[in-house]
Design a protein around this ligand. Structure first.
Ligand code: E4P
Length: 196
């Protein structure tokens, strides 16, 4: 399973890159805002630290806007993957961006059927939000199990990126269930090294 950091903090990314266990990075506008920096400049800096995929999130609500933003993000570096939301407009944008050679991460996936649609639209990465499902009284990791089975049944190439991870236990569970990638806050990454 690949390990991504869910952060826009370049110090954290440098620490993980120095350890040598860092396969990619996911960002979102909230994380970049927390750092108080310009989104595109920060993405460029992140891409110089992380050689694997770096997700950049679009904020438009329609396909046209998402495609426009995505094309701009893709110019920043070769390893940029454009995040679009799991909506009909997002899937339209996913298809268009994928067709033009830009890789897409479909984000805010909360059900197996949404993951099925995201794979059919050509998503390179698909992000089920584990912690957010736990927050509403569901068992987030169950979703990973369902998506794994569906993708294996039909040999979909999309990679399952377990997102909204809150604990080392989440990481262990999604690894056991066959997620391709787990993206986590730096705090959780550090906790993976510890044992009482
Ligand atoms: C992943 O790409 C997301 O940025 C992230 O996992 C969001 O999760 P959270 O907002 O529940 O922390």
């Amino acid at each position: 399973m690949k390990i991504f950091l869910d952060t826009a903090n370049t110090k954290e990314l440098k620490k993980a890159a120095d350890i040598g266990i860092l396969d990619g990075c996911t960002t979102n506008p909230t994380l970049i805002m927390k750092e108080g920096k310009d989104y595109k400049k920060t993405l460029k800096e992140i891409c110089s630290i992380v050689s694997g995929p770096v997700s950049a999130e679009t904020v438009s609500l329609n396909a046209e806007g998402m495609v426009k933003e995505g094309r701009e993000f893709a110019k920043i570096a070769k390893n940029i993957v454009v995040k679009v939301t799991m909506t009909p407009e997002g899937m339209k944008a996913c298809r268009l961006l994928t067709k033009s050679g830009i890789r897409v991460n479909t984000t805010l996936v909360f059900s197996a059927n949404q993951a099925l649609l995201a794979a059919k639209a050509g998503s390179y990465l698909v992000s089920p939000f584990i912690g957010r499902l736990d927050d509403i009284g569901e068992k987030g990791t169950e979703l990973i199990k369902e998506i794994r089975q569906i993708y294996d049944n039909y040999s979909f190439k999309s990679q399952i990126l377990a997102a909204s991870i809150r604990s080392p236990e989440h990481v262990k569970e999604v690894a056991m269930l066959g997620a391709d990638i787990a993206t986590m806050p730096f705090k959780v990454y550090e906790q993976l090294f510890n044992h009482k």
